[in-house]
Design a protein around this ligand. Sequence first.
Ligand SMILES: Cc1cc2nc3c(=O)[nH]c(=O)nc-3n(C[C@H](O)[C@H](O)[C@H](O)COP(=O)(O)OP(=O)(O)OC[C@H]3O[C@@H](n4cnc5c(N)ncnc54)[C@H](O)[C@@H]3O)c2cc1C
Length: 400
Amino acid sequence: MTRVAVVGGGASGLIAAVRAAQMGADVTVYERGERVGKKILSTGNGRCNLTNINADVSHYHGQNPKFMMSALSRFSVGDTLEFFGDLGLLTKTEDEGRVYPRCGQASAVLDVLRMALERFGINVVCGFEVKDVRKNKGGFLIEAYDGSIEYADRVILAAGGRAAPSLGSNGSGYEIAKRLGHTITPLAPALVQIKTNTAIVKSLKGLKIDARLTIESGGQAVANDKGEALFTDYGISGIPAFQLSRYAKKGADAVLDLTPEYTREELKAMLEVRKYNGSSLEAYFTGMFQKRVGHAVLKTCGLLPLSRSAASLSSEEILSLAATIKAWRFPIEGTLSWNNAQITSGGVSTKEVLPPTMESKLVRGLYITGELLDIDGDCGGYNLQWAWSSGYTAGEAAAE
Ligand SMILES: Cc1cc2nc3c(=O)[nH]c(=O)nc-3n(C[C@H](O)[C@H](O)[C@H](O)COP(=O)(O)OP(=O)(O)OC[C@H]3O[C@@H](n4cnc5c(N)ncnc54)[C@H](O)[C@@H]3O)c2cc1C
């Protein structure tokens, strides 16, 4: 019987373990935490957005995003839903193709995986922090930080990235991969909040607004996304900020269009008409924006005091308001760091891994999965789908 060791009991490691055991391997999961799957419990704000029915290569990033296509076709979104369905998980699909457990609890995903670990007789060793994996007489030696040594015929390295270390993965997988000869592409926190100049955002803290967010660098639009932006005391959060955080470098600008559904001309016409609502600037945006947003727009345009009559706004002032509403500019200071990031961009170079099996090209019998690889997905269930696809593919190949 092939002995398969899985380093890391997260999403990709657990599915790899289940698949390898289903294929008849003798599987042991080594997990540094006190229990497996801690991060799964925090995903999707506790609801676990476990996949997205729109998953395809366009939602993935890395030096070669196409690397992920093979595993995704080997274990597709449909296969994922069937796999979890067979384990007893009912799911529902929400906006933009996001899939969640029907019961609304992330714990359901972990629980069905844990039940499968038991059913397939998988050994789970928690509190075992792997320090090193070395080739040993046709197999592998797995050494923990406390000095204990275990052996296996094949190893699946599923130790995750560097993001959210409090949930388990602290980046130690990169060191193990490096010592085995692998190259690590530059690592950066991704799917993380954007830090901006705080002069305006601080006054808007806690407010959410439907907007289009564009990142501009050197006067050029680099990327944009539409959705609910959330103002915070350090900058901008919410899904569009997460999606674009990979482009949020110091020196670039976060540009918000507060009315993406209207052209600048349409907006200008609306603003002209509002002048005659018989109000002061204080109430000029009532019915259009939340009060604090309206006041901050006026302040940005230097249109004070709020007691001034709206009817006195000149055409130039209306133009300036329209320009700010369509392109409200916040100089970027960077992003929040690893503790706040959902995932890591960069990782083990995919040039050194075989796409159909996840096996290392440098060390035969070693398989690498999930966030540890230089593949990361958009927000919306794409990262867990990558964990499932790469983990399942590796588990199957390692057991063969
Ligand atoms: C707050 C938060 C919310 C998220 N929400 C979503 C979501 O809703 N949808 C989505 O698609 N993605 C989401 N993600 C991303 C997703 O959780 C990850 O992409 C995915 O878990 C990666 O799976 P993995 O198996 O590669 O790594 P992980 O799930 O991080 O698992 C790695 C495991 O390895 C263990 N480990 C690490 N080093 C060692 C070692 N040396 N020895 C032994 N064990 C080790 C860790 O303790 C951990 O249990 C979220 C992430 C965070 C942080």
